[in-house]
Design a protein around this ligand. Sequence first.
Ligand code: ADP
Length: 186
Amino acid sequence: MEKPISRKIGSTQLVILLGDITEQPTEAIVNAANPSLRGGGGVDGAIHRAGGRQILEQCQTYTRKHGSLPSGKAMVTTGGKLRAKYVIHTVGPVYKNKQESPPILQSAYQESLKLAEESKITSVSFPSISTGAYRYPLQAAAEVAVKAVIGCLRAGSALQLVQIVCFTKNTFTAYKMALEEATEQA
Ligand code: ADP
């Protein structure tokens, strides 16, 4: 088992670990959703399966009222049957290129953290957004993700814990490298 890697950023602990996001005891977990918020494959499917119908019902209430969730934005529902009390749903970019895709991925992390803070959530777990079905190159995504999270935390945050939960060893290695590089330069 890979050992988690941890850094203190401002007053927040940032942890990267190998694991299943549906099992995390943080107050919120983030879902790499698609704009329809109807659930899908990958981490989205796993979260809806583990959390139950209540999550989907709240997603449907949201889309009836507001329409689909644009990429780079976030909304929040109950965690249903999950250990997490809340699920923050965000939509990453379907990878296109080095110009258009990074700001959208960065925004998905920023908007999720902003919503967590507004909701008075103190701990949150992220998956590796966009690196599955949305085909964002892993190392590039890890760099954007880690920089976005560190930027938010350095700007001042009431969050106690932010985790990035990697489902595969490759993913873990990429995020670990990105965190080591980002904090070395500091
Ligand atoms: P996207 O559509 O944003 O690319 P995917 O769900 O296809 O989303 O993939 C995003 C990442 O989520 C991938 O790295 C995948 O390995 C990971 N993943 C899948 N299931 C889980 C899970 N249960 N916990 C954490 N990460 C998961």
